[in-house]
Design a protein around this ligand. Structure first.
Ligand SMILES: [Mg+2]
Length: 381
């Protein structure tokens, strides 16, 4: 065989593996340039604790706070850096200490291919049970990294139309009538609001909001109602006042009461505290109409994508939510937002010391930046 023919056959075989057809000379040239640019190295993890300052005291049915601890992570590979974040509101039981402890056990240097995401995430998941915010910080950084290596945002890698990103709600915490009125007026740019309830002024909360605006509202009770008859009465009251759904009306343990309410309620009943992981989703059918997915609860973008897919098969509604977070974790969740019914992605707007620019809200709607990975850049200080 002449040397020239050998090269031709070799190139054809390689091309057949890649695309299943004879490559053009341009394809072959591109292949050579890909080979030259082929990256190498191992994954390097870095992290640091950070404290988010909230713009307002944040009050829900069970607690109030002015700060939220987070841990900021990076995964670096061959000069490219992916950003991640763990946010730890008190109710999920993670803290700076627990996340730093978890991350200290992670050895990503054993991996030399960041695209083996299934293997890397399975390794991370197997280090210790729980620790979902810590795991999410690694999942997000890995997604950001691989999206950047491919030069594409994740919404595009998933085949999603950014125009289908929904409007996001803005959250109004429980407060006095005067403050609720003020906050509602401040949120005039939003086309949906989320109202926290579950203390002793539920009717006042919605009535004050309605005295200012008629935009649709999500109601989040954070397990605050104990009595199902009262919950049903409130569901009718809220339905007549433009609410779209009620999130976690009663304690997650009151499964029979919640199923009873869901059967009778004129509004969809959505699980939040009751649902953390993809494994728990099957148990939600018949108890709730929908689920609130948050990256910090389920362990990141990979798990969230799987949960949305599964919830759709179960004909359940999907809300994508967040904690108080920087634009890092919020923009990661926003990549999935074209898939959901409702979005509550305002966590970055509730803090005064965000260090990233990412997803923005324009006329109430989520605007996904056309940047690779999760679409964030560090703010210039
Ligand atoms: Mg909630």
């Amino acid at each position: 065989m002449k040397k020239r023919d050998f090269i031709k056959i070799g190139g054809l075989a390689a091309g057949a593996v890649m695309v299943g057809c004879k490559p053009s000379s341009a394809d072959q040239a591109a292949g050579r340039s890909r080979a030259i640019k082929r990256r190498s190295g191992t994954l390097k993890l870095s992290y640091r604790p950070y404290e988010l300052q909230l713009r307002h005291v944040f009050t829900v049915a069970s607690s109030s706070r002015t700060t939220t601890p987070v841990v900021l992570t990076t995964i670096e590979y061959d000069g490219v850096t992916g950003f991640g974040e763990a946010s730890m509101p008190p109710y999920l039981g993670e803290s700076h200490e627990s996340v730093l402890n978890f991350l200290s056990k992670v050895n990503l240097e054993q991996f030399s291919d960041p695209f083996l995401r299934e293997d890397i995430l399975a390794y991370i998941d197997g280090i210790m049970p729980g620790n979902y915010a810590a795991k999410a910080s690694l999942d997000i950084a890995l997604h950001d990294l691989t999206g950047k290596l491919l030069g594409q945002p994740w919404f595009r890698l998933w085949g999603l139309d950014p125009q289908k990103a929904p409007v996001t709600s803005f959250t109004i915490g429980i407060d006095t009538a005067e403050v609720v009125r003020e906050k509602t007026l401040e949120a005039g740019d939003f086309r949906q609001l989320k109202i926290k309830m579950g203390r002793d002024n539920d009717r006042e909360m919605i009535d004050v909001v309605r005295s200012v605006t008629d935009v649709p509202v999500f109601v989040d009770v954070n397990q605050g109602w104990k009595d199902r008859e009262y919950a049903l009465e409130m569901a009718h009251y809220l339905n007549e006042r433009g609410a779209l759904f009620i999130e976690q009306p009663m304690p997650k343990e009151q499964i029979d009461d919640i199923a009873w309410l869901t059967e009778r309620s004129p509004l969809p009943i959505v699980a939040d505290e009751a649902l953390q992981t993809v494994e728990q989703l099957l148990g939600m059918k018949g108890v709730y109409n929908g689920i609130n997915i948050k990256l910090m609860k389920c362990g990141g973008m990979d798990a969230a994508y799987k949960m949305i897919t599964m919830a759709r098969q179960m004909q359940m509604k999907v809300l994508i939510g967040c904690m108080t977070e920087t634009s890092c974790a919020v923009s990661a969740a926003a990549q999935l937002s074209p898939l959901v019914d409702w979005a509550d992605l305002d966590g970055n707007l509730l803090i005064s010391n965000d260090i990233y620019d990412g997803m923005t809200v324009v006329d109430g709607k989520i605007l996904l930046p056309d940047r690779p990975g999760i679409g964030i850049i560090e703010k210039k200080s």
